[in-house]
Ligand binder design. Structure first.
Ligand code: CA
Length: 231
């Protein structure tokens, strides 16, 4: 079993279904994004072994996705798909950080072979797991494995719960997180805090990380429901 994680960023429903089906049959875990923005967000959070990225996408082109990921130090291998007859500037694409190309239409076995090669190559040259354990927003950097948070380059002291809460929010960026879910996921059942506990910890995180804690730009309140982390 491969059990590698693939992110497919593609907007053709038929192709998505086919690729998802075939890769799952090969034992891969497949995640899909159907436009460039979603693809960028998912890819930013790491955890993928390889990304299949269509060049022409709604909202954000494959080239832009690629360039912005590399600019954020996300070095997941990327195979770019190009449409038949599309004049692609291969040099430009490689400059943007793609690792390989394949023109549509293609044989699945060809794609599979290249994906396997990219994953193998990446495993060989993975000295430090930097990218998949680092998050950044505004001037804040979060180093998950080290348990460190920096703001404007200065270390910020967070309690374990604050750090855990922040990490959970970063992993579920853009999702509505109810107080109940946060209690469940971050506090667990080893204590009996109230939803007020969540509010207090969120307030502390805002004070430590937001430029203006009364007008947060990342740790947002969803009125009457909970919170949402946005980049
Ligand atoms: Ca497309």
């Amino acid at each position: 079993m491969n059990a590698a994680n693939i992110l497919i960023v593609e907007d053709e429903p038929g192709l998505i279904l086919t690729l998802q089906d075939r890769f799952e049959n090969e034992g891969y875990n497949v995640d899909v994004a159907d436009d460039g923005e979603k693809g960028f967000q998912k890819a930013s959070f790491g955890g993928y072994d390889v990304i299949i990225l269509d060049l022409m996408l709604p909202k954000k082109s494959g080239l832009d996705v690629c360039r912005d990921l590399r600019a954020k130090d996300v070095f997941t291998p990327i195979l770019m798909l190009t449409a038949k007859g599309q004049v692609i500037d291969k040099v430009l694409g490689l400059k943007m950080g793609a690792d390989d190309y394949l023109a549509k239409p293609f044989e699945f076995m060809e794609l599979l072979a290249r994906i396997e090669a990219l994953i193998r190559r990446n495993k060989r040259v993975k000295p430090a797991k930097k990218s998949d354990s680092t998050f950044s927003f505004s001037d804040v950097e979060v180093f998950i494995s080290k348990g460190e948070v920096h703001k404007s380059g200065d270390a910020v002291t967070l309690s374990a719960k604050e750090f855990h809460l922040l990490h959970f929010m970063l992993q579920h960026q853009g999702e509505l997180l109810t107080r109940e879910r946060l209690l469940d996921e971050v506090w667990g059942y080893d204590s009996t805090p109230t939803t007020r506990t969540v509010d207090v910890h969120v307030a502390w995180l805002r004070q430590k990380l937001e430029d203006d804690h009364r007008h947060p730009k990342h740790i947002m309140t969803v009125h009457g429901m909970g919170y949402k982390f946005v980049l």
